[in-house]
Design a protein around this ligand. Structure first.
Ligand code: GRG
Length: 277
């Protein structure tokens, strides 16, 4: 399947909706919001949500606002992660990170804006039912909250300069990276009104894709991570073992989807494209 042809119009519309959701004002916060969103990311999480929805109910239209909300949470986490008190990154997506282009205060406040605005975007959407709004908001606060994304970041920071067990690494990766992938897939099921049946399966798939994605990310950041003494897969495994872990997690995720009794053709094709299979 040529997944690019399916994704291109969806991604083009995502970009437009994302910008439309930011108040049209030149105030510093909204200027900075457009700076971040126009400096395009891959939009993996909203695309995963919309393709899951497409597979399960044949349409994506009602999902744009919630998918954009998830992308806002992802962007908030990256803006805060780049701050000097966290990962201290001067660049993001090839351009100066928000605290470098604007100021640390704007970076903190812009993260806060995306975090709060994401929930308004869901609650004010005219395309989802009240039941869906409750479920989507609850999933978003769960996966971005103190037991998931935030705990992942706390654990990640606490392990700098240390080497833990594989279990510790798994715990960090499932939280800091898999959590928003689980959220994306579960969003798709909520939008298609199939969440009750598929919650556990999609959580399992999201965890595996997230693990594979984080290990892939570790390859890309290997030299910087080692300078910063970050605890990554390479503290415990060789490159060959790490590559095998990526392959195993992706294959297992796809097998779960294939055996689910539902047709996940778009989602599977997209996952394969994420890992160039
Ligand atoms: C500070 C609240 C807070 C959380 C930080 C997500 C995170 C936790 C830190 C960001 C750094 C990091 C290694 C995150 C893991 C997830 C990851 C690989 C993010 C990058 O995702 P991509 O590649 O980014 O999808 P783009 O730029 O394409 O959107």
């Amino acid at each position: 399947m040529q997944i690019y042809e399916t994704c291109k119009p969806i991604q083009d519309r995502l970009e437009r909706v994302l910008i439309e959701l930011i108040p049209k004002s030149e105030k510093p916060l909204f200027h900075a919001a457009r700076y971040v969103l126009e400096n395009k990311g891959k939009r993996l999480r909203p695309l995963l949500a919309l393709l899951t929805c497409l597979d399960l109910c044949g349409e994506v239209e009602p999902g744009y606002a919630p998918a954009c909300a998830l992308e806002m949470i992802h962007n908030y986490s990256l803006i805060h992660d780049d701050l000097p008190c966290m990962d201290n990154d001067d660049f993001r997506r090839g351009n100066p990170s928000v605290h470098k282009e604007y100021s640390e205060a704007i970076a903190v406040l812009l993260g806060d804006f995306f975090l709060t605005h994401a929930f308004s975007v869901i609650l004010e959407s005219k395309d989802v039912t009240n039941d869906q709004k409750v479920k989507l908001s609850s999933l978003l606060s769960h996966y971005s909250g103190g037991g998931q994304l935030l705990e992942g970041q706390v654990l990640d920071l606490s392990m700098t300069g240390k080497i833990g067990h594989y279990y510790d690494l798994l715990n960090i990766y499932l939280r800091k990276t898999s959590s928003l992938f689980c959220c994306a897939l579960e969003f798709g099921a909520v939008l298609a009104n199939k969440h009750k049946d598929l919650e556990l399966l999609l959580k399992d798939v999201g965890q595996k894709i997230g693990l594979a994605f984080q290990i892939k990310n570790d390859f890309q950041g290997k030299s910087k991570d080692s300078k910063q003494e970050k605890f990554t897969i390479f503290a415990l495994h060789t490159e060959k073992q790490a590559s095998l872990l990526i392959k195993k997690n992706v294959e297992d995720a796809i097998e779960l989807l294939e055996k689910s009794g539902h047709s996940f053709e778009y989602l599977i094709a997209f996952i394969e494209s994420m890992f160039s299979l």
